[in-house]
Design a protein around this ligand. Structure first.
Ligand code: MG
Length: 256
């Protein structure tokens, strides 16, 4: 009996050895071209002038120093802030201004300047803001030697996420914002499938790095979930008594 078992095991191990020796095709060797895509070729975009930060060729110019034709007043009438010498200055008696066009995800460039003789302190000093899709505020404030709550500083997602650093230029000097915004996606029940996200670069310094926006900007209370589609850019006229700030060179590129 033991002898039979030994023979059987020997035969089995011979079969196994045979199976192990069976050769299968090896994966084909990779060649460089196997991971290189050629189509569709990318559209050519002529960049703006590096000295003036002028708009790239595929941007929608929202303010080029001449007029506010791309904007209306927050209440629907014509935009009435003061356009002079290539710059638009907040008129504190006229309310916010809002783009006529709605946007989804985008890259936004704008430059803003706090008056050299700004008055006030804290949130009452050069306060404005950029509302993305009319819902989410990236704060603008004179934070040059002017402390406030950190989630209300320049470059904060207002009342949500503070900026990583304070990269503010002095009053009288121009600040540059480059804002890269990814629009939210909503579920059928109106809650977020993907919340909005934003990167804010201020004077070449990253303040927000693909930060998740929690919900709408609320002065009092927590962010809310409000389903929406494309929306405009809103520039804030803040009601504090300090002098109005100025803007120039505003352009936007729509993104997928
Ligand atoms: Mg503000």
């Amino acid at each position: 009996m033991k002898k039979n078992i030994a023979i059987a095991l020997t035969l089995l191990s011979a079969v196994c050895a045979q199976a192990q020796e069976k050769k299968y095709p090896e994966p084909e060797g990779m060649r460089p071209g196997m991971t290189e895509f050629w189509t569709p070729q990318r559209k050519v975009v002529t960049p703006g002038d590096i000295k003036t930060n002028s708009a790239p060729s595929d941007a929608i110019v929202l303010f080029d120093g001449k007029n506010l034709d791309a904007w209306h007043n927050g209440n629907g009438g014509p935009a009435e802030w003061i356009v002079k010498n290539g710059v638009v200055t907040v008129d504190k008696t006229k309310g916010d201004i809002v783009t006529r066009k709605n946007f989804g995800s985008f890259q936004l460039h704008l430059e803003w300047c706090v008056p050299a003789d700004i008055n006030g302190e804290g949130q009452g000093r050069g306060n404005s803001g950029v509302f993305l899709q009319d819902k989410y505020e990236v704060q603008i404030l004179d934070c040059y030697k002017n402390e406030t709550y950190i989630n209300g500083m320049t470059g904060s997602i207002y009342k949500q996420t503070p900026p990583q650093v304070n990269a503010m230029r002095k009053p009288g000097e121009w600040n540059v914002y480059d804002i890269i915004y990814t629009a939210p996606v909503f579920k059928e029940d109106g809650t977020y499938l993907y919340r909005p996200r934003v990167t804010v670069i201020h004077n070449g310094v990253v303040l927000q790095n693909n930060t998740e926006i929690l919900g709408t900007t609320e002065y009092i209370g927590v962010p809310r979930t409000v389903p929406h589609g494309d929306g405009p850019i809103r520039l804030q006229m803040h009601g504090d008594p300090s002098k109005g700030i100025s803007f120039r060179n505003i352009w936007i590129r729509e993104m997928k």
